[in-house]
Structures are given as C-alpha cells and as structure tokens.
Design a protein around this ligand. Structure first.
Ligand SMILES: Cc1cc2nc3c(=O)[nH]c(=O)nc-3n(C[C@H](O)[C@H](O)[C@H](O)COP(=O)(O)OP(=O)(O)OC[C@H]3O[C@@H](n4cnc5c(N)ncnc54)[C@H](O)[C@@H]3O)c2cc1C
Length: 414
C-alpha cells in the first residue's frame, strides 16, 4: 500500500485533475476468494497524470492508496478498507506492439486475456502467465506472478524491460532494469507499495504453433509426482505442473496427475498456423451438452468434504485410463487457463468463500514438508479441495517468493 499521507510529496496538480480526484466515491469491494469485503473510496484513473492527482488527493485527505488491477488476488492484496483504491481498469490500452521483436508496451489494466488475443495471431505468446487470464499486467508485475514454467523462464518480472511508475511523492518515473536496478527489482513484486505502474514494457515469446506438445501422466503417490517433476524439468520441456488428490491416504498419499508441455519448433505442427487463431484456443460453450456458464451450479452439489473426496478420486481414476495418458497437442489457452473455461467456478465455495495457501519449499525439504502438509490436513479432516504443485527457481527481485524448489497451492473452503 502506497503511503501518500501529508508531508510526503509535491502539490503541483492540474486543477481539472484535482477536481476529478475529488469525485472519489465509496464502493464495496469483495476479494476474489469471497472471504473478505471492504468499503473504500474509489477512483478510476485514465493516465499517469490522474494517478498523480489521486496521490495529491490522498495526501490532502490523509488516505493510504492501493491499486486494484482486476481483483484476482485470492485474498486482500488489492483491498484497502476505509482508504483510497485506484481501479486501473480504464487504463487498458496496448500502447505499442512490435511483431518483429515481440516487445509490447501495455497500460497496467490490460489483462493477459486481451494481450494473448492480440499477439497470438502474430506468432507470440506472453512469456509468463498466471493460471487465470483475467489478471492485469499491473497486478501481475506487482505480484511478480509465476506460471507453470517458473523453474525455466522465471517470474514475469524477468521478461519486463521497463515501466512507468508513479510514486506517492507525485513523480512519474521511467524505470528500466539498467537505469535504476534497485527500484526495478523492488517495485516488481512490491505489491504496489512503492507506487503505481502506469505502463509496462516486456518481451513476449515467439511461438511456431498455436499448440503445445503435452505429456500427461497419472502419478500413483507423492514420490511418483516428484520423479515426474525431476524427469521433465530439464532443457527439453517448458512447463511442468502437478495436481494432487489431498484425500488419498496411506500408500496412495500424494497421488495425482502431472503434465509436462513444450513449445513446438518451426514446421512441426501442420495445423500450427491455423491454431494461432483466437477461435481455436477457446473451449466450446457447452461441456457434455451442458452450458458451461451454469456448471458451477452442478458443482455446488459436490461442494462438501465427501463430494470433493469423490471428485478427486474420479479425477485421479480418469487420469489413469490408458486413453488419457497419450501425448497430445493442446492450444496454449486451454493448457494455461483451464480454470477460466468454467465461469464462476468459485461460486461453489459460497457462502463463505475460499482461501488459498501456497507453500514454497526448497527442494531438499520438499518431500518431507509436502507429505506433512497432506498428513496434517487429513488429521484435521480439512483437506484441500484443489492442490496444484509447481517447480520454481530463485530470482533477483527484492520481495521474492521464489525458491529453488517446489510450491504447493492448496484451496480451502472457509
Ligand atoms: C484462478 C486463479 C489462478 C491464479 N494463478 C496464479 C498463478 O499461476 N501464478 C501466480 O503467480 N498467481 C496466480 N494467481 C494470483 C494472481 O495472478 C495475482 O494475485 C495477480 O496479482 C492478480 O492480478 P490482478 O490484476 O487481478 O491484481 P489485483 O488482485 O487487483 O492486485 C494484486 C496486487 O497488485 C497491486 N496492483 C494492481 N495493479 C497495480 C498497478 N497498476 N500498480 C501497482 N500495483 C498494482 C495491487 O495493489 C495488489 O497488491 C491466480 C489467481 C486466481 C484467481
């Protein structure tokens, strides 16, 4: 949270913008996990100068400031009860796109969904994406998000080359890794505490197909899961991700299924060019003949401990069927954003919502800690309904969650 209280900044604000800032209105905001709500004053800036005016307004009224990207943080990272929220949603323009170099400059409210739709037809994919495409690049830079390729390609910050940051003193700073390495490595991953991003420039990844080469596997226990990660996190593969059934006990503890995936080389996929079409990336609107926008209603029926035990068992069993273990080609969006294809799936956690706890564990301790985490939740009869495991590496950012090891993200109903 940026501290813009009196005495911290300059006061030279254009009068028209100053009166715009005076229009801040009270709004109720709910965290994505639906477990907390706040009431804050909200402003929707359209430019860096508006953000400067918002900081001046905050100083004048003794308010703290926080940015709201698209509120896709599970918890309260973008919330600021009783204070000032800058909703960055109106700053959603792609400012520059160079299809020769793959370098793009975006306003902070541009979502991953908007960017991939723009650049994939030109043969590029965002270098790092979160598990949902509805995050904004402001939010992604502030949280320095990682993807299923973190162990190989690092967090999003490693692909950012520069940004514009409005600091609480009202300065508009152009920052690159070279021009100000300290601010660069502190603001990325800094959760907006040092200022508000108003523009971000980054490199994207050249791809030769709209699809990835995907290798699925059923993993019979935790050891099999680790062995899968160890086998496929080398040079040849780009993504590795595991899903774990938290309810399996005894010799099946930690069972699940895992996927490795990699980009395809030039001319490998005869359909590669056609699959770069936006349409080819999407899943159909109906799943098993059922409109997917109402799937969460059906899921609600299973939203209790015994229901989730069954769903996790069914998912594991499905993954062991021979026909589901074949290597196949899958569109980038379907591989990366599977959860997005079930709209509002989080509603099955209503009325109290969900929290996510993500452990990051150095690799030498990962087997022991993850086993303990599973045994503990089973002993408490409070198993996670969804567990996702990823491999990570260290990075140079100051406020970093990364380790040379594994993460273990667990969704719990509140
Ligand atoms: C289904 C799902 C899957 C996810 N998968 C992953 C994943 O695989 N990897 C991962 O790393 N994360 C993942 N996340 C978390 C998500 O990527 C981050 O919480 C991300 O920061 C949310 O982006 P947002 O734009 O919605 O930001 P918000 O949630 O609105 O804000 C997040 C933080 O960024 C700050 N912020 C927002 N905009 C700006 C700005 N312009 N300038 C400065 N600070 C700003 C906010 O103040 C806040 O501190 C997932 C979340 C969901 C819901």
């Amino acid at each position: 949270m940026s501290d813009a209280r009196p005495g911290t900044g300059s006061d030279s604000v254009d009068p028209a913008r100053a009166s715009w800032a005076e229009q801040a209105r009270l709004e109720r905001r709910e965290a994505w996990g639906m477990a907390n709500t706040t009431v804050s004053r909200v402003l929707r800036p359209r430019s860096a100068e508006d953000v400067v005016a918002a900081f001046a307004y905050a100083r004048e009224h003794g308010l703290k400031v926080i940015a709201w990207g698209n509120g896709r943080s599970y918890g309260d990272a973008a919330m600021n009860d009783g204070e000032l929220v800058l909703d960055m949603g109106l700053m959603d323009g792609i400012e520059a796109w160079d299809r020769e170099t793959g370098i793009v400059t975006v306003q902070p409210g541009v979502t991953i969904a908007k960017l991939w739709r723009r650049i994939l037809p030109d043969g590029y994919w965002p270098a790092v994406v979160s598990g949902t495409s509805y995050t904004t690049f402001g939010g992604c830079a502030a949280a320095n998000v990682h993807g299923k390729n973190n162990w190989k390609h690092g967090p999003i910050g490693e692909h950012i080359t520069g940004f514009t940051l409005v600091t609480p003193d009202g300065a508009i700073r152009e920052v690159t890794r070279e021009s100000d390495p300290n601010l660069f490595h502190a603001a990325i991953g800094g959760f907006g505490a040092l200022g508000i991003f108003t523009s971000i420039t980054m490199k994207t990844k050249k791809v030769y197909s709209g699809r990835l080469d995907v290798l699925p596997a059923a993993t019979a226990d935790l050891e099999a899961m680790f062995r899968f990660f160890e086998r496929y996190n080398g040079e040849e593969w780009d993504y590795v991700v595991g899903w774990i059934d938290a309810f399996a006990r005894g010799s099946a503890l930690g069972r699940g299924n895992a996927h490795a995936a990699r980009y395809l080389g030039h001319d490998v996929d005869p359909e590669g060019q056609r699959m770069m079409d936006v349409q080819s990336q999407e899943l159909p609107n109906h799943i098993f003949g059922y409109p997917k926008k109402y799937l969460w209603v059906g899921m609600k029926f299973w939203a209790h401990r015994w229901g989730m035990r069954f769903i996790n068992w069914a998912r594991y069993t499905w993954s062991t069927l021979e026909r589901n273990q074949h290597r196949h080609l899958q569109p980038h969006a379907q591989f990366n954003f599977l959860l997005d294809f079930v709209p509002d799936w989080k509603f099955m956690y209503k009325p109290n919502g969900l929290i996510q706890i993500q452990l990051f564990v150095p690799k030498q301790h990962a087997r022991r800690v993850i086993r303990q985490a599973l045994e503990l939740q089973q002993a408490m009869k409070y198993e996670s309904w969804l567990i996702v495991m990823k491999r990570h590496r260290k990075d140079p950012f100051w406020l970093s969650h990364a380790v040379d090891g594994y993460s273990f993200a667990m969704d719990f109903p509140v």
